[in-house]
Design a protein around this ligand. Sequence first.
Ligand code: 0O2
Length: 226
Amino acid sequence: MFDVTEDGGMEAEVLQASFLPQISDRMDDAQRFDRMMFFYEAGIRQMTTKLQILDREFQHSNDRNPIENIKSRLKSPESILKKMELRGLPMSISSMVNNIYDIAGIRVICPFITDVYQIAQMLISQTDVELVQMKDYIRNPKENGYRSLHLIVKLTVFFSDTAHQVPIEIQLRTIAMNFWASTEHQLRYKKDKEFTPEMHQRLKACAELMADADYQMQKLAEEIRF
Ligand code: 0O2
């Protein structure tokens, strides 16, 4: 498995990673679904460890943490089905695997906007992380004021005798952006309540306030060479 390199180090034999496997037809749907969820969960664990390592390394060299908090979740079967229905996708496990890229989701909360971009850059530079899509809702906020940096990556995860590329959605945002998104999500969740255009405007104004706070904090950090 290992080759000795010229400088005496060891290099692992490159293992060609395949995309998530076709699960055996002999399994019933529930078993196949559980098996798939195991791959996504493994992806979340490995990616979370990567992020923690980056945070610790940065802490050693800069004496502060660029990551405030990491949260992860596996999308529930109900949400997956709802999304597939909305998109008019065939209701099969292979269609789920090939079309739904946010089954494994990680949210990374950072103190400063520069931390968001630095962490994203460090992550996608790693050889076992393949960037599939980047949506920059910080430079281009959504109409309602939502801000975040969204990455879809495929992470190579090693199992007992094989490796698979597991798709993961990573949302990176500042504490201020997260405050807005979390509270807005709660407000929006009350589906029986109607939002008037004036309320939408006020919500958007709150997002602008958060963006201004982020900008001021960033400027302060630069001024004191933080
Ligand atoms: P959950 O439970 O958070 O996962 P997609 O829905 O991903 O197929 P889209 O619109 O291209 O399609 O995705 P996008 O815009 O890249 O990101 C979707 C996710 O971003 C959402 O996931 C939310 O987590 C977050 N998000 C996007 N817009 C908003 C917003 O206006 N407010 C808040 N609070 N969060 C937002 P889900 O699937 O909706 O839910």
